[in-house]
Design a protein around this ligand. Structure first.
Ligand SMILES: Cc1cc2nc3c(=O)[nH]c(=O)nc-3n(C[C@H](O)[C@H](O)[C@H](O)COP(=O)(O)O)c2cc1C
Length: 326
């Protein structure tokens, strides 16, 4: 059992923030399959502190999806603090500060991963946000900006200073920012973070795809929890599988086609309820590509489902490849 402030996780496996993916629909399915905490995708501080924007359904947490975290990025401590408070007031149970995002647009504005090179500003933002919210507050970092010594020093300085401020948890993605998503995640550094700061809750992130391997990484690093990211896209079953292994239960059978079809349809229905139907078919394509990986005829199924242009085409191609009920 893991306690993050007032949030209790029986099994410490969470669904990572995933920009462009972890909306209400994906989070609801992760929750259904055992993720005890999920996160919305990264939000810009200026958007999340804008009263009109924050009212949009896509910015709000769902009524029955607690606990759910919101993650923000920015460089202005006052705006970050305001955004955090508005998200807390909108119903998010936890605030996460992103100092890890490697997207070019984000880095160009000095946000996200670029903050790994600005330890003083990181702590200033952390303090301002801490003063503005009551809920648990954590940070998401990478193991540095690049492979330089200066970068390593900045990484340890950031860890040290947020720990000194009593951060509720740190999530470490075991890659440097310049690496983006290439190469293997460095779980050795994640393990060292836990060894240096044994009193702080540490989540690990990076290459969490196979349930047994995930649990192996958790155990061998000695950290407190796992933040499952790409491994959960089109695969909410990963949470159920990791939990079963952690509880010493047999690994559940792989979802059969009926179960896969039921979840895919549920996901599509939720997306249609959240967004304009026209836009939703295209938006769902990236999830379909992942869901189809479980299908025994994955290439054929994907090639038909992913060319659907209208909701009717999407439902009919789905029915062709999965035994779904109306
Ligand atoms: C499409 C995509 C979107 C992501 N969005 C976010 C995000 O909004 N916030 C964040 O902290 N990390 C984000 N990440 C990083 C993941 O949370 C995670 O740290 C990273 O993918 C490493 O884990 P993995 O190798 O198990 O996928 C994103 C990753 C991907 C691939």
């Amino acid at each position: 059992m893991l306690k993050i402030g007032n949030i209790t996780l029986e099994i410490p496996v969470v669904q990572a923030p995933l920009s462009g993916y972890s909306d209400r629909a994906m989070r609801a399915l992760a929750l259904e399959y055992g993720a005890e905490l999920t996160y919305a995708g990264l939000m810009l501080d200026t958007s999340a502190s804008h009263p009109r924007v924050i009212k949009k359904i896509t910015f709000q947490p769902g009524p029955d999806e607690h606990p759910v975290g919101a993650q923000i990025h920015g460089t202005n401590p006052a705006t970050m603090a305001r955004a955090a408070r508005m998200l807390q007031d909108a119903g998010y149970d936890l605030i996460d500060l992103n100092f890890a995002c490697p997207a070019r647009k984000v880095l160009a504005r000095g946000r996200g991963g670029a903050m790994m090179g600005k330890p003083e500003l990181v702590i200033e933002i952390y303090r301002r946000v801490r003063e503005s919210v009551k809920c648990p507050l954590g940070v998401k970092i990478r193991t540095g900006f690049d492979d330089s010594q200066q970068s390593k020093d900045n990484f340890w300085q950031i860890c040290q200073s947020v720990v000194a401020e009593g951060v509720d948890y740190i999530t470490v993605h075991g890659r440097v920012v310049s690496q983006k998503y290439r190469g293997k995640a460095d779980w050795e550094t994640i393990k060292q973070v836990k060894q240096k700061f044994p009193q702080t809750i540490i989540f690990g992130s990076g290459d969490l795809f196979e349930p047994y391997d995930c649990v192996g990484k958790l155990k061998s690093s000695g950290i407190d929890g796992l933040s499952v990211a790409r491994g959960a896209i089109g695969n909410p079953w990963i949470f159920r599988d990791i939990k079963a292994i952690m509880q010493g239960k047999p690994l559940p059978a792989k979802p059969d086609l009926a179960e896969q079809g039921r979840i895919i349809k549920k996901h599509i229905d939720m997306i249609f309820a959240l967004y304009y139907k026209g836009k939703s078919v295209g938006y769902f394509r990236k999830f379909a590509a992942k869901y189809c990986l479980l299908h025994p005829e994955r290439k054929k199924a994907a090639s038909e489902i992913m060319v659907a242009k209208t909701p009717a085409e999407l439902y009919s191609s789905l029915k062709k490849w999965y035994p779904i009920e109306d």
